[in-house]
Design a protein. Structure first.
Length: 338
């Protein structure tokens, strides 16, 4: 065993020990909410700081408005988001006669086309019950988050919200074959079908493959702009002018009719319950996916980052670029990329 190898093992062992120590320490102070994917999804009630007529409130006792939080990258499942939970929650609310409407708090950079469209369609189905949907945008409600928002009867935003990013990313071709060859690393993918391995980082890409992915991208873009045009009652040609992938401030979004109002979350809830439903004092129940602090996944992520950084250093490329290569999606994305 060489001196360099021994040093590498020692450094690696120290890093693992540090990761374990930091993780254990951080988990000690973690508090989790008790929300399950199955069964009741309700958590605490939101109480508006107002005095309501008790006799009026009694008239709709037992009824409630659902405040549903959509947070994190929209995909099948991650620490902040769960597609199964969200779809089942929307369906449950549609079929619950006591539920009188839904206000969504949107905090997301977007995500996968498939999942975003599923949620959009689920909300459209929810509205067939005669109930209304409002969306309130947090600090970032972009791309797939805006796509879903177009299902709402009204879209509100915080004055510091960033939204828009109407566009699609269908693929990312990264060819590092020359770099690997320079480092003395040889690779070969055994495949049938000339385009079966397209997009793999060790294979050079062709113009035909670029055209294939561009066609997918354009189809998703057409769907996105059509959704915006229909949901916001904006001519399609005008939407396409706005939909160049840029993000908009709340003020810019309002001027371009992408949202309806700039105000606070509390005022949005008040307006929905008191003006839209005409039921001041109705209960507002929170529906929020539990954010799990998983020890195993945290450790796995830390070790993955360690090896990614090490590989990036050996190949002479930035660690951030290496992470982006590793996170290339299997499908098109409606997502805001910083």
């Amino acid at each position: 065993m060489t001196k360099d190898t021994k040093s590498g093992i020692i450094i690696f062992s120290i890093l693992i020990a540090l990761i374990l120590g930091v993780t254990a320490f951080s988990l000690l102070g973690v508090k989790k909410t008790s929300i399950k994917i199955t069964g009741s999804n309700k958590t605490n009630e939101i109480v508006l700081d107002k005095n309501f007529d008790k006799d009026v409130v009694k008239a709709f006792k037992g009824e409630y408005v659902a405040a549903v939080y959509i947070e994190g990258i929209i995909q099948e499942e991650n620490q902040n988001y769960n597609q199964k939970w969200l779809l089942s929650t929307i369906k449950e609310l549609k079929n619950d006669s006591k539920n009188q409407g839904m206000v969504i708090f949107m905090e997301t950079p977007g995500g996968a086309v498939y999942q975003a469209d599923e949620v959009y369609l689920a909300l459209q189905d929810y509205k067939t019950s005669g109930k209304k949907v409002f969306v309130y945008m947090g600090s970032l409600a972009a791309s797939g988050g805006y796509y879903i928002s177009c299902a709402a009867n009204e879209i509100w935003a915080n004055r510091n919200t960033l939204t828009g990013s109407i566009g699609v990313i269908s693929a990312q071709f990264v060819d590092i074959s020359s770099l690997l060859e320079e480092k003395g690393i040889r690779t070969k993918i055994i495949h049938s079908g000339k385009n079966k391995a397209m997009g793999h980082m060790t294979e050079s890409y062709t113009q035909e493959q670029v055209n294939i992915m561009q066609a997918i991208c354009d189809e998703c873009y057409d769907q996105f702009t059509s959704i915006v045009s229909t949901g916001r009652s904006i001519p399609l040609a005008e939407v396409r002018t706005l939909a160049d992938g840029r993000i908009y401030t709340a003020r810019q979004a309002l001027e371009n009719k992408l949202i309806d109002r700039i105000d606070s979350w509390e005022n949005c809830l008040s307006y929905f319950t008191e003006t839209v439903l005409e039921k001041p004092g109705i209960k507002i129940e929170t529906y929020k996916k539990e954010k799990k602090q998983n020890f195993k996944s945290y450790i796995t992520g830390q070790i993955s980052d360690l090896f990614t950084n090490q590989a990036a250093a050996q190949l002479g490329i930035p660690a951030k670029a290496m992470k982006e290569i590793n996170q290339i999606s299997d499908g098109p994305m409606y997502i805001y990329v910083q």
